[in-house]
Design a protein around this ligand. Sequence first.
Ligand SMILES: Nc1ccn([C@@H]2O[C@H](COP(=O)(O)OP(=O)(O)OP(=O)(O)O)[C@@H](O)[C@H]2O)c(=O)n1
Ligand SMILES: C[C@](O)(CO)[C@H](O)COP(=O)(O)O
Length: 235
Amino acid sequence: MKNIAVVLAGGSGRRFGAEKPKQFLVVAGRTILEHTLSKFDKHPDITGICLVVHPDYMSEASLIIENAGFSRPVTLLAGGKERYDSSLAAIRHYNSVYASGVDINLLFHDAVRPMISADIITNLVRELDYCSAVCVAVPATDTLYCIDAGRNIMDIPDRARIWNAQTPQGFRLELITQAYEKAISDPAFATTDDCGVVFRYMPEQSIKIVEGDPCNIKLTYKTDMDRLEVLLEDM
Ligand SMILES: Nc1ccn([C@@H]2O[C@H](COP(=O)(O)OP(=O)(O)OP(=O)(O)O)[C@@H](O)[C@H]2O)c(=O)n1
Ligand SMILES: C[C@](O)(CO)[C@H](O)COP(=O)(O)O
């Protein structure tokens, strides 16, 4: 079984608001992107890495890969407008490279989650031996409100059943391809993660959860950088 880590780095970091996309900022001597890539490069279960970046950042990413001296091959692809367009670029690439029926898992991961641990990757890959769709998530710690357009509370779901999605999210190539094929033919398609595509468009498919880690944070706003610096120092 091949396990390809698809590191999604095609975003522009609008909410973060730095001079360049947040994955290219340097922390503890290395770009965030390099920190993330190295976690997958070092993992024994990972057979290859696919890095998806914004078309304007292909040469910067190329240079990072060259200088990092990773031991795994890194395939560099241009991403698209939305996160799911970047996922699709990887899905299309692997369908063009491998004949159908080849056993291959794609593990989609946000480039801006550099604190991903080896244990989580191991647990996710292990689950993929039994299940075709696996997501990393952590139990919610805040109470959650469902609201309407006027910010009135419409529902307070039972927190015991609510988990926050993280990445990586892993799928058999064949499954995620089928799910995205259905999704892109739906004019109302929108999603904030890859699991959501399987959940909505392959409703018969079970999706297993592997417990993540609250430290596996996503760098979204500038204030997340302070926490990340502390976490990286402690490593
Ligand atoms: N078109 C896109 C958009 C996002 N991503 C990646 O998906 C991950 C999660 O996205 P997010 O945190 O939303 O990053 P940005 O899109 O860069 O941030 P923002 O939404 O604030 O612009 C990031 O690693 C980002 O680079 C991507 O590969 N392609
Ligand atoms: C995929 C994700 O990280 C799971 O929590 C999240 O949905 C990405 O959202 P973003 O708005 O693209 O950061």
